[in-house]
Ligand binder design. Structure first.
Ligand code: OOG
Ligand code: MG
Length: 266
């Protein structure tokens, strides 16, 4: 039997909107990888129907630390929407989330479209800017546990993101080795995780080729202006209301966000 993509997407959408964890979809019926991406795309269409817009894509499990933390191995891709974004130095509302976690990332911005159908053009040439970033993930599944296909259907746990100051990629590459920069995650001034950008596919720039490949395989558009989150450099840590979280990437910069709860100090 093939999956009822519309019903599964509605179930995940409802779970996200009500911040209520649900059982994994595959507990009921196995889902193929293609069906899982269809559920993801249908869920994004539901958000778009409420006025949200896709602003970029994110990769998951590009680092061993993340793959080991979650017990899965393949690289996956999800979509980022405008409503998920919080300003650098601003507040992210965790009151609307089930069990949020936060992780340090590297973000890229495209100055031109990545055309997944044209393998002759180097997708790296489309990248103009780079920034330190934070991603807030919030699995809609109970206990933050899932199979690879379940997490793909759940938009790879995407819930929020914060982008630090953008810098020109060419300038940064002439100053530092972007493939080996120290990453530090701090919560309320205490170190909560350390790593290196090398953890992200050996070099976060490899995320761009991965995005081009995934875009081709899973029919995603990555137009000029898109933001790409390359994946976490450390394991994710729980995010609780009141915490101030900062990520820094040596030689690139830092980004900070406060977790708030709407109706309180948010
Ligand atoms: C899935 C998302 C993984 C990353 O950076 O590896 C991810 C999850 O862990 O819930 O965003
Ligand atoms: Mg991530």
């Amino acid at each position: 039997m093939t999956a009822d993509v519309t019903a599964l997407a509605a179930r995940l959408d409802e779970a996200a909107r009500t911040a209520t964890a649900i059982p994994q979809l595959s507990d009921e019926q196995p889902l193929t990888l293609d069906e899982a991406y269809e559920v993801q795309h249908t869920g994004i269409a539901l958000r778009a129907g409420r006025g949200d817009t896709v602003v970029g894509v994110k990769l998951g499990f590009t680092s061993k630390a993340k793959a080991a933390q979650m017990g899965v191995s393949d690289v996956i891709v999800g979509q980022l929407t405008a409503s998920m974004r919080a300003e650098d130095g601003g507040t992210v509302d965790v009151g609307t989330m089930v069990h949020p976690r936060i992780e340090p990332e590297v973000a890229f911005r495209l100055g031109a479209d990545i055309d997944p159908q044209d393998p002759v053009v180097d997708p790296l040439a489309a990248v103009t800017d780079v920034a330190p970033a934070l991603e807030i993930i919030d699995s809609r599944y109970r206990d933050f546990r899932f199979s690879l296909h379940d997490v793909v259907a759940d938009d790879t746990s995407a819930a929020g993101f914060v982008i630090g100051p953008w810098r020109r990629l060419g300038d940064v590459r002439s100053e530092i080795d972007l493939a080996n920069a120290a990453v530090v995650l701090e919560v309320d001034g205490e170190v909560a995780g350390t790593g290196s950008t090398a953890a992200i596919l050996g070099d976060p720039l490899r995320a761009i080729e991965a995005v081009a490949r995934m875009a081709r395989q899973h029919s995603l558009g990555v137009p000029a202006g898109s933001i790409i989150l390359a994946g976490a450099a450390t394991a994710a840590v729980p995010l609780t209301a009141g915490s101030v979280v900062e990520a820094s990437v040596a030689g690139l910069g830092r980004v900070v966000v406060t977790a708030g709860k709407a109706g309180h100090d948010g």
